[in-house]
Design a protein around this ligand. Structure first.
Ligand code: ADP
Length: 737
């Protein structure tokens, strides 16, 4: 048989073929995932743009509408406070308004609207404030607080000043009336300015009035104040206010009057520094009169509104944006809130005839409308609602009004701005003023600078945007991971089987050379002996007998080897057949031992058989020839590996429902890690060159096949230097089964 030794094959290309598709797939997968991420971001930008573009063009008008929606309610309600509730009970206008049920229903509704709009507003005036700012920075129509000393006081000469101080000191010390009259006359004689004279007269009148009955005194005071209301007193307060204070004092004696009430009402329209205490005094007077008490409450609200105008005017001034006429809209902090103030320059003019000449006048001022931040937020929320903007969860809308971010939700969203659009609050003309019945023309008409704002779409929740993509990523990632793992497993399995195959091939070629070797030597010696015998070269009959015995033995050995090889080939091709029949195992074992004894003896090894089983138990169903072959192989190995003079024990015993057939030698033993391997085909211990025993490496694999075909087991118990004990364990099968 010719054996072709191949050069060592390589696994390189197979490995590449297995791994390359996976590597390519993984690269493509990662590329696709990255690409997908970019396109998700691009889609988001596009979507954000669509959302921004879907906002109506008049979004600015919607927002403006929302902002001024409460103006009319406030104006209506304030008109009612001023003309109805704050007026004297028998006032005609008051009666008309209070008795008109429609009017009352309207006003109740307005008040409810205001309360809904400003939930944190509990008393005082609602937080929407309008006023006019004069070019000098004061609120138009409101006096300054604190008041400044009058011009006439500064213009007094020393002599006049002394006379004035004397009069004031006497008045302060409640001096007798005659003194005061004299001092007032003395002051007037110094010829001071007209306003100073009027002040002196007022002091005298007030002193005189104290000796009159209350009602007379009050009408005297009001008559005087009526003609000199705007003349400033020494403290800068109008004489009207001082007269009112005195009248209030005297009213304790006679109760409130219509005149007093009207004076109070004009005081709160332009409240001075004493207005709150005047109102407190009036409240005491009116304590028992529900209508008047209601009037005081109304007046307090009106006064509160004026105070807010003053505070906001100060804040607007401090913002530094008002410089003469201004068109800048500003955010200011006042009264614990943040306000958005819209500043609109206005001019009002008129004409009159003075001394037969037409005189024209023009006043320039700034109309200021202030709205609290909460209302601004509501206005934009409403505008967004009306524009039916639908946002995916990862987007949020952000609005910046004149540079200030509007808190549309409690948590201000953070994130990249994906799209932005500019708007302006523009003219609104809707809503009727309930008092005038005319359309209220609110701030943004013809404004030089409409409040500007930007609407942005913000990517507020990035993880949510990428959630779907991440899911795909996860699925693809795991697929790639799994296929990589399975490709690697495949790769290593192929590599392993490649190596095994390679090893097997090597073992096979070793096997072939072993078989050839095993055959060549005995055949040569048998041929030589047979030739010698034939030629009659061997004369002595004893030697002839030796030759014959040797020839027979070698032939037996050869046929047993050939039998093994043939059997092995049958096993490999799955053609090996077994004929099971009840067999006397003990007898079979004994015969086999007998058969093997001569060759063992030749090697100086003794075979000792001990049948340890009752005869009836030793007749299981088995293929006698095959079992004998197995036993021959075991005995052959045992003899081969035993030293000269040793004994090989063969025995049978019954062990836990099975029959054990064992062969025990005192050879070199087999290390534990090879107990399994020796049963593999072609496996031989040690290296080819150093091997001392004959053999081809298939004996034990045939034994294993035979034993397993009988449903049994073969194993070895052995240690280096302690001999080996091969055990065949056969299940007990009764012949009747
Ligand atoms: P071989 O033809 O080489 O004997 P086997 O399949 O019968 O092939 O045995 C396989 C290997 O097991 C042998 O090469 C030998 O190294 C080892 N072996 C078998 N029987 C024994 C034994 N009784 N004592 C020591 N080693 C043994």
């Amino acid at each position: 048989m010719a054996v072709r030794i191949q050069s060592k094959p390589s696994f390189f290309w197979q490995g590449i073929l297995i791994l390359l598709p996976v590597v390519l797939m993984a690269c493509f997968g990662f590329w696709a995932i990255l690409h997908e991420r970019n396109s998700v971001e691009q889609d988001a930008r596009q979507r954000a743009n669509e959302i921004i573009q879907s906002l109506p063009n008049d979004f600015g008008r919607l927002a403006a509408n929302g902002l001024v929606s409460t103006d009319a309610s406030k104006n209506g309600w304030f008109g009612y406070l001023q003309w109805a509730l704050a007026a004297w009970p028998d006032d005609k206008t008051r009666k008309q308004l209070v008795n008109n049920t429609n009017e009352v229903a309207d006003i109740t509704r307005e008040a409810r609207v205001l309360h809904e709009m400003f939930p944190d507003w509990t008393n005082g005036a609602p937080p929407i404030v309008d006023f006019r700012l004069s070019t000098n920075g004061n609120v138009d129509g409101l006096r300054r607080i604190p008041p400044s000393p009058p011009d006439w006081l500064a213009s007094l000469s020393t002599e006049q000043h002394e006379a004035w101080a004397g009069l004031v000191a006497a008045d302060y010390a409640n001096a007798p009336l005659t003194n005061i009259i004299a001092l007032a006359a003395a002051f007037e004689r110094t010829e001071p300015a007209e306003s100073a004279k009027i002040n002196a007269r007022f002091i005298r009148l007030r002193a005189e009035s104290r000796s009159l009955p209350a009602t007379n005194s009050i009408s005297l005071l009001f008559r005087f104040a009526g003609s000199h209301y705007d003349v400033e007193s020494e403290s800068g307060l109008p004489l009207g206010t001082l007269a009112l204070a005195e009248a209030l004092k005297r009213s304790r004696e006679c109760g409130p009057t219509k005149r007093l009430w009207e004076a109070l009402r004009s005081e709160v329209v332009d409240p001075g520094i004493f207005a709150p205490s005047l109102l407190n005094n009036a409240a005491n007077l009116a304590a028992n009169n529900p209508q008047l008490s209601e009037g005081i409450r109304a007046m307090r609200i009106l006064m509160d509104d004026k105070q807010m105008q003053r505070d906001l005017a100060d804040a607007v001034k401090q913002s530094g944006s008002v410089n003469g006429i201004t068109t800048t809209n500003v955010w200011v902090d006042a009264m614990g809130r943040r306000w958005f103030c819209i500043l609109q320059p206005e001019a009002s003019g008129g004409g009159t005839i003075i001394s037969n000449k037409p005189v024209h006048w023009t006043t320039i001022f700034t109309e200021v409308s202030c709205y609290p931040e909460s209302l601004v937020v509501k206005a934009f929320q409403g505008a967004l609602r009306d524009s039916s903007v639908s946002l995916p969860g990862y987007f949020k809308i952000a609005i910046r009004l004149e540079g200030q971010r509007i808190a549309l939700s409690p948590k201000i969203p953070q994130g990249d701005v994906l799209a932005q659009r500019q708007f302006q609050m523009i003219s609104v003309g809707e809503g009727l003023n309930p008092m005038t019945g005319q359309e209220s023309n609110k701030p943004f008409d013809d404004m030089p600078s409409h409040p500007r704002f930007t609407v942005s779409v913000i990517l507020a929740n990035r993880p949510l945007l990428y959630a779907r993509q991440r899911q795909l990523q996860l699925i693809f990632g795991s697929l790639i991971g799994l296929s990589t793992i399975s490709a690697l497993i495949g790769f290593f399995a192929a590599l392993r089987s490649f190596r095994r195959q390679h090893q097997l091939n090597e073992m096979k070629s070793n096997f072939v050379s072993s078989v050839s070797h095993e055959l060549r030597a005995p055949i040569a010696s048998v041929r030589l002996m047979a030739e010698n015998l034939e030629r009659g070269k061997i004369a002595e009959s004893e030697k002839q007998n030796d030759y014959f015995r040797f020839i027979v033995q070698e032939c037996r050995r050869l046929s047993s080897l050939i039998e093994n090889v043939l059997d092995f080939s049958r096993i490999e091709q799955n053609r090996k057949q077994y004929d099971f029949e009840p067999t006397d195992l003990a007898a079979l074992a004994q015969t086999t031992v007998k058969l093997m004894e001569p060759s063992a003896a030749e090697r100086g090894v003794r075979l000792a058989f001990q049948a340890g089983l009752a005869p009836e138990k030793c007749e299981p169903n088995l293929d006698g020839r095959a079992i004998q072959q197995a036993l021959v192989n075991l005995l052959d190995n045992a003899v081969k590996h035993s030293p000269k003079g040793a004994t090989v024990e063969i025995g049978l015993k019954s062990e836990g429902g099975a029959i054990e057939l064992f062969v025990k030698d005192s050879g070199p033993g087999i290390p534990r890690e090879e107990h399994e391997k020796i049963f593999e085909r072609f496996y031989r211990r040690g290296s080819e060159l150093r091997r001392e025993t004959q053999g081809v490496g298939i004996g034990l694999s045939i034994v294993k096949h035979i034993v397993e075909a009988h449903g049994g087991k073969i194993f070895v118990k052995s240690e280096i230097g302690k001999g080996s004990r091969f055990v065949i364990e056969l299940p007990v099968k009764n012949q009747h089964e």
